[in-house]
Structures are given as structure tokens and as C-alpha cells.
Design a protein around this ligand. Structure first.
Ligand code: AMP
Ligand code: MG
Length: 486
């Protein structure tokens, strides 16, 4: 175990120099209080959870104090926002404090979001509000617990510093951890500014730090692009299989590591609806739930374009064409697990699509359906689930095909139930749950957000006494409007 003040830093990105990032000191927030902490994220830095009790903890993560070896930097990047190219984005309200090396030799970027203005703030105030910080914290740790690749979050600190959005709110900070904060948009920035030597330098950095195996390949940059395509296929398959809607899939929010990154107006589906648009500002539904698959491919094409000075374009194109088939393979694997099957059958895709259409037509709760299906499989009766569907004939036809397919898959019902419960979360981060704990936190009561975080960090476990967190949303909770401005 390490003490908080004694972390080991090795700031590789900062060493790339001023063409890549700018030195900026965090601007502290007033009267910081620790809202919520993730013990699992602390463990990544070899920190004992008790360190969060120390006075210096809140000071470090609210910008009042800095490790002597930290080198806070605002990174420059650009990117495509809602399909249009924005030539200059960058860290407008977050700072890469430095890279911590843990005892296992892993590097973790410490990124303090809400740390004040930087040269990339444009018209913004450099701040993050409490509600969006809590939302990022909860989602980061919950997706990780679900087995969905994600950046992580160590803690949220609240303050008395006022911030203006639609109304007056208070500033907060979230400490994000990721093995890299390089986005597709980093490559786009150096490509579109025609700084191809710097593009290559960035590529060498990313290869050397994050894709070392690609250096053994005859064409390392092509191998890296292939790896990014593969990781994104796997990531998006997880989002689609678990009903996660990101909301702002701009290319500056896409991580080069293929992890879920930059949480904004995201949502997990309550009732299944492939057309769901979780971002209130997304008028055309560019980032609707079902569009996430083609949009991921679109973003990968944008990255590929930025790599054209380094790799032959036909090779990039060919590699990009792997995305959809890879996605489909991962998606089917995940859905088979959710349905309790070990084997694969040529008819599975059609059976899954039929189920989703039935769920869509009857507005069935997406997460609870699969969890209950695990229990029903054990009882060999789908009678309870049947009540949720309006097209009973359609459901009966599907249920009978499901029974036949499950029997063909083999094994006992008890085994299937155990497998299904390990693949189908009982607890999911629903927007109404996040909203309830945010309302309490804004009143200074942090117990609810801490409890929700604890429940969501074990999403597959039965947690007696906490069943209320597994309930479908009340009517008000189905229509929450969440937009980009946070
Ligand atoms: P996001 O929508 O959070 O992915 O942010 C898009 C861009 O706007 C990034 O360059 C952010 O750094 C910047 N940005 C978002 N909010 C603020 C803010 N309150 N102050 C300054 N920059 C911001
Ligand atoms: Mg962003």
C-alpha cells in the first residue's frame, strides 16, 4: 500500500512538450467536501480506502494541493462534433495532472475534471457541476463492474463555488483515471493542421506506451488501427447488449484505447427502444441507441483519415471493413450469454431480433427482462414475463422457440440460471436513480450517492434489502431531459 502523498509519477505525455499540451495549474474550488469515493479505483493506485478520510485527500482532488512530481497539463485535440469538424477543442475544463505508476507497473493518468479555465476553454468557465460529476463517477465505476471497458473515477468533490448553467449550481470536480487520455481527436488535430511530423510523434508515443505488441508487426500503425477497430467493435457490442446509450459520440469523446469515455447525457435503456435518444440536444437522433454502431464506424473512419499520412489508404479501408463483422460476432456472443446459451446456432440472430422487436412493441424493461428470464428458465415457466407483453401470440411463439433452443444447448436449468445471473445485472444505473441521489447531494446529503455507488459496484449480486434499486422507473423518471451543458 502507498500513502496518498507518496505516489510515483512518470509524466510521459507531458514530456512530449508544448505542441501537445499546455502547462496549467488547477484552479481550486472553495470549501471542498468529499462526496463519494471508489475504493476499487483507489486500489488501482495501491491506495488504502482509509486514505480518503485524510484532510489532504479533499485538498488534492479539489485543486488546492498538488504532488510535487505532478505536471498538470491541458491537452490539445480537435474532433468531429455531430458530424462537423471543430478544428480546436482540447481540455477546456480538465487537466491531466500526471501519470502514476502503480506497484504492478501500470500507468494511470490522473485527470481532474472541472479544474478551471485553460487555453482551450473557449467561452466556457472551465468548471463541472455537481450533477454531471456524480453522473460521470457513477457510470465509470458501474460500467467497469458490468465488464464494459471504461475510464474509471476515483472521487467527486463538491464545493461552495457558484457556477451558472440554466440556473445557479455549484462547482465540483471528478478525478478520472484512464491508462491514456488520447482521443481520436488528438490524431485529427495534427492531421488537419498538417503537422505530420507531430502526428508521427503522437503515433510513436501511443504505440510505445499502449500498443507495444504492434511494434513487432511489419506495419505498426496499421496494426494499431486494427487493434483500435477491434477494441471498438467489442466496446460497442457491450453497449448494445447492455442497453447503454452514450449520447455524445463525437470523435473527441472516443478513446484510442476503446474504452467508454467522456460521460455526458448517457442513459441505460429502461424500456427497450432501439430509437432512444438520450441526449436532449441531439435533435436529429444522430446518436440514438441503434445509431451507435454505424457512428462508431464513422468515427473510426475519421481516425483512419487522420492516419493517412502514416498508412496506405487502401490498407486502412480494408481494416475498417472488419468493424461490422467483428461487432456482430461480439454482440451475438454477449446476447447468447444473456440468454443462457453456451453454443451458437445459425438461427440465434433472428431469435434475438424477434425478441427485441417484441420488447420494443410492448415497452418491456430491457434489464429486468433478462434477469427475470434467468429465474424463469429455472422454473421452466415464462408466465410472469408473458404478462409484460401485449402481443401474446408473438411472445408465445418466441418463448417456444427459446425453450427448444435452450434444450438443444443442453445442461441443467440450475446451471443456466447461474450463468444467466452472472451475465444479467440485477442492478443497473437508471437515470432516475442517478437523479434521486443528485437531488440529495445538492442538498448536502451524500449518503444516497454513496449507497447507490456501493450497490452498482456489485450489479450481478443479489443484495437483500436493496431491491428497490432494481425497480423500473416511476413515471417522472422515464422522461428526464439530459443535455450536453454540464
Ligand atoms: P464535452 O461535451 O464535455 O465532451 O466537451 C466538449 C469540449 O468543450 C471540450 O473541449 C471541453 O473541454 C469543452 N468544455 C465543455 N464544458 C466546458 C466548460 N464548462 N468550460 C470550458 N470548456 C468546456
Ligand atoms: Mg469531451
Amino acid at each position: 500500500m502507498k500513502s496518498l502523498t507518496d505516489l510515483t509519477f512518470d509524466n510521459r505525455f507531458a514530456r512530449l512538450g508544448d505542441a501537445f499540451s499546455t502547462h496549467v495549474l488547477p484552479d481550486p474550488i472553495a470549501e471542498p467536501r468529499v462526496v463519494v469515493v471508489s475504493p476499487a479505483a483507489m486500489a488501482l493506485l495501491d491506495l488504502d480506502p482509509s486514505e480518503a478520510e485524510s484532510e489532504v485527500f479533499a485538498q488534492l482532488f479539489a485543486g488546492h494541493k498538488l504532488w510535487s512530481d505532478a505536471e498538470p497539463r491541458a491537452m490539445v485535440y480537435s474532433g468531429h462534433q455531430f458530424g462537423g469538424y471543430n478544428p480546436r477543442l482540447g481540455d477546456g475544463r480538465g487537466l491531466l495532472l500526471g501519470e502514476v505508476v502503480n506497484q504492478a507497473g501500470e500507468y494511470w493518468d490522473l485527470h481532474l475534471k472541472g479544474a478551471g479555465q485553460t487555453p482551450y476553454s473557449r467561452m466556457g468557465d472551465g468548471r463541472a457541476v455537481l450533477r454531471s460529476s456524480i453522473r460521470e463517477f457513477l457510470a465509470s465505476e458501474h460500467l467497469h463492474a458490468l465488464g464494459i471497458p471504461s475510464s474509471r473515477a476515483l472521487c467527486v468533490t463538491a464545493s461552495s463555488t457558484p457556477v451558472w448553467r440554466e440556473k445557479q449550481e455549484s462547482a465540483a470536480m471528478v478525478l478520472r483515471l484512464a491508462q491514456s487520455h488520447v482521443r481520436f481527436g488528438h490524431f485529427e488535430y495534427f492531421y488537419y493542421t498538417q503537422q505530420h511530423d507531430l502526428l508521427k510523434q503522437l503515433g510513436e508515443h501511443v504505440l510505445g506506451c499502449h500498443f507495444r505488441a504492434c511494434l513487432e508487426q511489419p506495419e505498426p500503425y496499421l496494426a494499431m488501427f486494427r487493434e483500435v477497430v477491434e477494441r471498438n467493435a467489442e466496446l460497442i457490442a457491450h453497449w448494445q447488449a447492455y442497453g447503454f446509450c452514450h449520447g455524445v459520440m463525437n470523435s473527441d469523446n472516443m478513446s484510442i484505447l476503446g474504452i467508454t469515455f467522456d460521460y455526458g447525457p448517457y442513459a441505460f435503456l429502461d424500456d427497450f427502444d432501439a430509437r432512444h435518444i438520450c441526449n436532449h440536444s441531439d435533435d436529429t437522433g444522430r446518436y440514438s441507441f441503434s445509431n451507435q454502431v454505424p457512428i462508431a464506424q464513422w468515427n473510426l473512419a475519421a481516425l483512419g483519415q487522420a492516419l493517412t499520412p502514416l498508412v496506405e489508404v487502401d490498407a486502412l479501408r480494408e481494416t475498417l471493413s472488419l468493424f461490422l463483422p467483428l461487432y456482430q460476432t461480439h454482440y451475438l456472443d454477449l446476447m447468447r450469454r444473456r440468454l443462457g446459451w453456451l453454443s451458437s446456432d445459425a438461427g440465434d440472430d433472428a431469435l434475438i431480433q424477434r425478441l427485441l422487436q417484441l420488447m420494443q412493441d410492448s415497452a418491456v424493461d430491457y434489464s429486468n427482462f433478462f434477469r427475470e428470464l434467468g429465474d424463469s428458465a429455472a422454473e421452466q415457466s415464462l408466465a410472469r414475463l408473458r404478462e409484460d407483453f401485449t402481443d401474446l401470440q408473438g411472445f408465445d411463439a418466441w418463448a417456444s422457440a427459446y425453450r427448444i433452443r435452450s434444450a438443444q444447448d443442453g445442461g441443467t436449468q440450475a446451471e443456466r440460471r447461474t450463468r444467466m445471473h452472472a451475465a444479467n445485472p440485477k442492478y443497473i444505473l437508471r437515470n432516475y436513480l442517478a437523479q434521486q441521489v443528485i437531488d440529495a447531494a445538492e442538498q448536502g446529503d451524500y449518503a444516497p450517492v454513496r449507497e447507490l455507488h456501493a450497490v452498482l459496484s456489485r450489479p450481478f449480486d443479489e443484495q437483500p434489502g436493496f431491491e428497490r434499486y432494481a425497480q423500473r422507473p416511476p413515471e417522472w423518471g422515464k422522461h428526464l431531459e439530459i443535455s450536453c451543458s454540464s
